[in-house]
Design a protein. Structure first.
Length: 121
């Protein structure tokens, strides 16, 4: 039962944090296209690990982490009021390179498919 609640809570937090991320005024957060990849909530719902990825690469995501950590109080307050939670989990941010990696794979596949299409034509 707790697993279902944690999964539902993590989906709700990810959805709301995506909207809250647009309102953060820290310039370190605004330097690149940030995306929330996933949110993992602990079993007791006291911690939420938020995986952040940037289109500009892992270095931009790591730079944005410092801005997100300083804005975590604002984000928790806004999250608590929008989700009407009794206890808002503490937010922990982790840089992730999944967007950069998927863009690399997409580019590689397009290159391979383009070369294959030229040899068949």
């Amino acid at each position: 039962m707790a697993g279902y609640r944690a999964n539902r809570q993590s989906e709700d937090i990810a959805r709301e944090l995506t909207a809250i991320l647009r309102t953060v005024k820290d310039p370190r957060v605004q330097n690149g296209m940030l995306s929330i990849v996933r949110v993992e909530v602990s079993n007791d719902l006291s911690y939420a690990t938020v995986y952040i990825s940037s289109l500009n690469g892992i270095e931009a995501a790591k730079e944005a982490l410092t801005g997100l950590k300083s804005a975590s109080g604002y984000m928790r307050t806004t999250l608590g009021s929008s989700l009407k939670l009794r206890h808002v989990p503490e937010l922990r941010f982790v840089a992730d390179d999944s967007i950069e990696y998927s863009a690399y794979i997409s580019k590689t596949l397009n290159t391979l498919l383009g070369k294959e299409g030229e040899s068949n034509g």
